[in-house]
Design a protein around this ligand. Sequence first.
Ligand code: SF4
Length: 412
Amino acid sequence: MKIMVSACLLGDNVKYDGNNNYNQELINFLKDHEIIKVCPELLGGLPTPRKPSEILHDKVIDIDGSDVTKEFTEGALKTLEIAKENDIKVAILKRNSPSCGFNAIYDGTFTHTITNGNGITADLLSKNGIKVLNEDNYREYFKRRGIESKDKDFIIKKLCELKYNNKNLTLPLGWKKDGEPIYRDFTNISGLFITGSTGSGKSVFIDDLIVSLIYKNTSEEVKFIMFDPKKIELGEYDGIKHLLIGKAQSSLKKGYDSLIFILKVLESRINTLNKTKNSSIEMYNQRNEEKWPHIFIFIDEGSNLIKMKDAHLALSKILDYGTKVGIHLIYATNAYLKDYASSRFIDKFQYRMSFDLASEEQEKFLNIEKSSLLKQGEALIKNRNGEIFKIHAPLVTDEEINEVVVKNIEVE
Ligand code: SF4
C-alpha cells in the first residue's frame, strides 16, 4: 500500500528551524509499504529554515506578522496533485502543524496552545477523500483495518443491492457460517449496543452501518449525529450532507450538547404525533408532505459521555421512544459498564452485540455467552427475546467509504 508521509517524520531536516521530527517506530512500521514523502511547506516555495507560522482566523501568519497563506495553499495543492498521481488513500502527517495537522493545530497565539482545526494540506487531502492520520493514531487505524474478510467481494454495496433487501432501513449485519447474509430492519430498532476491544471489529461494523445507510437513503431521508472522542473513527464522514451537525463531535461538551438537542427533537416529535393523532413516524410521513428524516446517533466510545449529568436519562428516553419517532441509537464501547450503567439500561437495547468478551464479569453483565468467540470480525448478537446468533461482519472497504464521502460531501 502506498502511504503519503510528512518528510520531517522520516528524518528530513525540513522543519521551520532546520530540524526534523524523526520517528523510528513509524519508520519501522512503514518498511512494508511504499512511501510517498512530502513537505507541503517546501512544496509551497518556503525555505528551510523559515519563520514559524500558525493559523489565525483562516490565515496563515508567521511570527513576524507576514501572511504566508498563499505559500501554504500552493504547497497543499501540490501535495494533493502528488497524492492523486500516486493514488494515495492514506496519509500519515505531523500532528498540530499548520500544514500537516488534522483535527488539532496550534491556535495562532504562538504559545504552544492547541485548538480544534486542520492544517491547510491535511484539510485539502481529507476533503478529497484521503484518510489523514498522524504519528499518534496510525497504529490503531491499521490494526482496525487489518480485519480479514472471508470474501473480499462480499462488500456492503453488493449486500445493499440484493433485490429482496429493498427497504431503506433494512441493513446487512453480516453473514452466517453458511454464507447466508443477515439483515435487520432498523425501523423497529431504537438501540443497538456494541461491545468489543480495540481491533475486534466494532468500528468497522459501525462503518458498515453508516455506508449502508448512505447507499440506501438520501440526506433528506436519513440524518446522522456522531460522537467520536478518539477522533479517529467517525471523523472521515465530516462534512457529508447526512450529518445533522456538520461533523463528528469529539469534545464531551459538544457530544453532550448534541444529545440534549436530540432529546428536544424527540420530545417535539412526540408532541406533534400526539397532536396530529399519528401513531408513528411512518404514519406521519405518509400523511404529510413535509417528511421527517430518521436520525441515527452513532456513539463510538461513549463511556465518558454516559457519566455526564442527565446523559443516561437522555439515552434511556431515546431507547424507549426511538422507534416511534424515528431516532435510533448505535452505542459502541470497549469499557465494562458495571460502574455507571445499570443492567436495566443495557436491557433497553433491542440488540446487544459483542465482538469479544474481555472478562467473565462482562460476559455475565451482558448476558451473552462466550461460546466459540471469536475471530476478528465475528460477533454474537442477542435480541430481546433471548435469541442469539453469530455473524461475521462484512468488510467495508476504504474505497467504499471514500466513494460515499466524496459523493455526499457538502459543498460550502
Ligand atoms: Fe513536517 Fe509538514 Fe511541517 Fe513539512 S510542512 S516540516 S512535513 S509538518
